[in-house]
Design a protein around this ligand. Structure first.
Ligand code: NAD
Length: 450
């Protein structure tokens, strides 16, 4: 496909104004909703083929989630599209101020492989709702989902409006040279920098949804059984290949042993005594990622799991004890089913240590103490997170989702997806009925009115 030609066609289509009315946007969101429902079996099959995702997990975290985003935004679209009237100061007497959301125009969505359907569709929902056209580039590491996305979008929409471009780094690089009006990127920190640099050359606004090492803090007063269940679920769903998975546990040292016992119990309850025999456990996406993760098993002491099956790219849910900040597993985002456990003496320790690292995408703190909750939430900068849970913040359409600093810039989900794909234009509507001469004067007397 000639990418430059595609963008020219999308610009023409956008400039025709056909993407802009409320009725059109609602119609296209409905088309998308029904199209996903019709192709549910194909999507589930592709997710199974690419990642061994079970139907239940795939529906919950990918298809069902995408459908909910569409219906949530459809209900709110009429009010989101309305220009907002604002006050004007006394110096502007007679005029009116309005903030008017307008679409950016032709947008680019680059998606990763870990939730390859949902992370392509959720931004697309924002793009359509806000009145844009979109080019989507799914990940080459999940080729079945990429193909299904291309086929569905081709069936539902004309490519002048919504197009899927398949390919890897070369295709992404080519796309990033095009004069898009807005870029929405989800992926790694390293590639986020490449995207931002390319966007800067043309001053294209970007949203970057990146990753990083998300801490999971467990204070001595936490309810350790519930805590362990919620950590095990958040860490090992999708085999740990989740941007907001707890990357490591940071537990107060006096309750570490008890937490380890509870974690072992929770993992067995949720994934079985022999997780590698569990047909529904998600596999690691590629040989390269498998090798990278397997090398972390050398660090510290394995206290739960530790077994691997290279032929099926499977790694057991694994917990590592006796880990130090200098170990390899603590030098990069793990993005797999390996959970290192580190200890702290007091909360001041936690604040100092976490703040000395790049700002994480998510942070979780388990404690019954309101003071500790407040200290962690107020004194550490991170994208978002939960108190006494993991990952659930991401699934609330009322909470904007995104990172800060190295973990990203901008946010989306729910109404925020509309806002992310809109430019808010400020317009002053002035009256010509009267005209105070004073405003044109440069005398000191006039200045006191300004
Ligand atoms: P990645 O950065 O390797 O790839 C993401 C996309 O960028 C893919 O479509 C890929 O083809 C493209 N790409 C790769 N190299 C490129 C280059 N040099 N130039 C231009 N495009 C390039 O990320 P991934 O491995 O697919 O996904 C895992 C990462 O994504 C993790 O770091 C994870 O935390 C992050 N992530 C973040 C979120 C979020 O919402 N914040 C969600 C999921 C994943």
């Amino acid at each position: 496909m000639d990418v430059a030609e595609l963008i020219i066609r999308q610009k023409e289509y956008y400039n025709s104004g056909k993407t802009r009315s409320l009725e059109t946007r609602l119609h296209h969101l409905r088309v998308l909703y029904e199209g996903i429902q019709r192709h549910e079996a194909d999507i589930l099959g592709a997710l199974q083929a690419d990642l061994n995702k079970s139907e239940v997990e795939a529906y919950m975290t990918e298809i069902g989630y995408a459908l909910k985003e569409i219906s949530f935004l459809m209900k709110r679209l009429p009010s989101l599209m309305k220009p907002q009237k604002v006050n004007t100061p006394i110096t502007h007497a007679g005029s009116k101020g309005k903030i008017i959301p307008e679409p950016y125009g032709v947008t680019l969505i680059i998606a990763p492989w870990n939730y390859p359907f949902q992370l392509a569709i959720a931004p697309l929902v924002g793009a359509i709702a806000a009145g844009n056209t979109a080019v989507m580039k799914p990940s080459e590491l999940t080729p079945n989902v990429s193909k299904v996305l291309a086929r569905i979008m081709d069936e539902l929409f004309h490519s002048d409006y919504i197009a899927v471009v398949e390919g890897g780094v070369n295709m992404s690089t080519e796309l990033l040279k095009q004069p898009f009006d807005y870029i929405f990127f989800t992926g790694s920190v390293a590639v986020g920098k490449v995207v931002m640099e390319a966007a800067a050359k043309q001053l294209i606004p970007v949203t970057l949804e990146l990753g990083g090492k998300s801490p999971c803090i467990v204070h001595e007063d936490a309810r350790l059984d519930v805590t362990a269940r919620r950590i095990a679920w958040g860490k090992f769903i999708n085999a740990g290949q989740t941007c907001v998975a707890p990357d490591y546990v940071y537990v107060q040292q006096n309750v570490k042993e008890q937490l380890l016992r509870e974690l072992q119990k929770a993992i067995q309850e949720q994934f079985g005594v022999r997780p590698l025999e569990n047909q529904e456990f998600v596999r690691i996406v590629s040989e390269r990622h498998f090798q990278r993760l397997a090398s972390f098993l050398q660090d510290g002491t394995v206290v739960v799991g530790g077994e691997t099956d290279a032929s099926r790219l499977m790694i057991e849910p694994t917990v590592l004890d006796h880990i130090s900040w200098d170990d390899a597993v603590m030098q990069e985002e793990i993005f797999g089913p390996i959970l290192p456990v580190l200890t702290y003496a007091d909360v001041e320790d936690v604040v100092r240590t976490v703040n000395a690292h790049p700002k994480p995408l998510a942070l979780y703190v388990f404690t019954e103490s309101e003071q500790v909750q407040q200290k962690i939430v107020e004194c550490i900068s991170y994208g978002g997170g939960c108190v006494n849970d993991t990952m659930y913040h991401l699934a609330s359409p009322y909470l904007p989702f995104g990172g800060v600093g190295e973990s990203g810039t901008g946010s989306y989900h729910g109404e925020q997806s509309f806002r992310a794909f809109s430019h808010y234009k400020s317009v002053l509507y002035q009256s010509t009925k009267w005209d105070f001469k004073l405003r044109y004067s440069s005398s000191k007397r006039a200045l006191k009115y300004i």
